[in-house]
Design a protein around this ligand. Structure first.
Ligand code: FES
Length: 149
């Protein structure tokens, strides 16, 4: 079937299978920043924005995004680079496996939450798993990034 989607502010016509998931479609069309980890909606690695809200692209049928706006990390490169550099400067970067999804979630949180508490931040990031574990350095850096003291 055919769908038409706005991806990173560019209209793209796509040919999809009716049972195809968005992560697979995006990768097939060259959006290789979209990674898959668990492929079961558990790890957050495949996070993209659907209408400016973070979603798990491995769990959304491509047919359901017809006519919608999708943003991948390619569409927010400048902000993503700035945030990635911020994490490095804060000593909070770990192996980087979770970074693509993690960055998309944090940038969405930055746009959505004004004056969040630490609990708000932890809640927002619940769906993004880090295989290095710990989260302490990341949380410290993200609190600073979000302006929480
Ligand atoms: Fe989508 Fe893990 S790959 S949540």
């Amino acid at each position: 079937m055919k769908i038409e989607v706005m991806i990173n502010n560019k209209k793209i016509a796509m040919e999809i299978e009716c049972d195809e998931f968005l992560a697979d479609t995006l990768r097939r069309y060259g959006f290789l920043s979209v990674k898959k980890g668990c492929d079961t909606g558990s790890c957050g690695l495949c996070t993209v924005w659907l209408e400016d809200k973070p979603v798990l692209s491995c769990s959304i049928l491509s047919a359901r995004v017809n006519g919608k706006q999708i943003t991948t990390i390619e569409g927010v490169q400048k902000e993503a680079r700035e945030f990635a550099d911020f994490l490095v400067n804060e000593g909070a970067e770990q192996c980087g496996f979770c970074s693509p999804g993690f960055i998309m979630t944090v940038l969405a949180m930055k746009k959505e939450l004004k004056n969040p508490t630490e609990e708000d931040i932890v809640h927002y990031l619940t769906g993004n798993l880090c295989r290095c574990t710990g989260y302490v350095g990341q949380l410290r850096a993200i609190k600073k990034y979000m302006g929480v003291v």
